[in-house]
Design a binder for this molecule. Structure first.
Ligand code: GLP
Length: 248
């Protein structure tokens, strides 16, 4: 676990991990996340890639999730977020970048296609994660079986309310989404979870100090052989000192 002072260092350390991977393995498969937390990571990654003149032509990116019903050009879609924050600035092609299609005619078939795609790409080298206020990873809400692969989910009322800040009105927030499952995430060779701010305190306390339990989806990550948390003081403020001391 790496404790940082704030967002700036969080972005710096996580972007350095990604940049080093791109440098070492130009055909790496990056598992990426949306949300406000990784915005700085992407900003700094773009700078590092440009400054170090790293080759991105053989990279593949695979994102965690997408809302149901939003086409790739819908401004609130995760497609649009990734395009704006990473794909366009780096000039990544559509063939290199993947997200589930939220406007696919059959969401269940789309989930199966997406899971196959992850396998066909040879698996994910580094999966970047944020965490929801209720402890979700991707859109795997509390109670999601740990055995899931990419699947269709019903978003909880809490998640819709929290994410309403990105939409004009709460009614505009989709009720369902497609997300990589917990097993899909656990199969990534390396997992890096980012958390900052007081808003994430409860979720991080349950992840770190609580039992491994499907009610706390991120808790399973403690079983991953290469799992790193980068979080700021506010997000870690609820963790008892003895638990902190025993964490690697
Ligand atoms: C969404 C995404 C998650 C993300 C979470 C936290 O629900 N599906 O992948 O981790 O939001 O977002 P933020 O970083 O904006 O707090």
């Amino acid at each position: 676990m790496i404790e940082v002072d704030g967002k700036e260092t969080l972005g710096e350390l996580s972007s350095e991990m990604l940049a080093e991977l791109v440098e070492k393995k130009p055909d790496a498969v990056l598992g990426l996340a949306t949300g406000s937390t990784p915005e700085d990571t992407y900003k700094k990654l773009i700078k590092k890639i440009n400054t170090r003149k790293l080759d991105t032509s053989r990279l593949t990116t695979i994102n965690l999730d997408e809302y149901e019903g939003l086409s790739p050009d819908h401004p609130m879609s995760y497609h649009a977020f990734m395009k704006e924050h990473l794909y366009q600035p780096l000039g990544l092609s559509e063939a290199q970048t993947h997200l589930p299609k939220g406007d696919a005619p059959d969401l269940y078939e789309e989930a199966e296609r997406y899971e196959r795609l992850i396998q066909e790409c040879g698996g994910i080298d580094l999966q970047l994660l944020g965490i929801g206020e209720n402890g979700h990873i991707g859109f795997n809400e509390p109670g999601t079986p740990f055995t899931t692969r990419t699947h269709v989910v019903d978003l909880t009322a809490n998640t819709r309310e929290v994410n309403a800040r990105f939409f004009d009105r709460l009614e505009d927030v989709p009720h369902r989404a497609i997300t990589m499952g917990i097993t899909s995430i656990m199969e990534a060779r390396k997992v890096v979870l980012l958390a900052n701010g007081d808003r994430k305190k409860d979720a991080m306390t349950r992840l770190i100090a609580g039992a491994i339990n499907e009610e706390a989806p991120a808790s399973i990550l403690k079983k991953h052989p290469d799992f790193t948390i980068i979080a700021d003081k506010a997000a870690l403020a609820g963790i008892p000192a003895d638990v902190r001391a025993n964490w690697g």
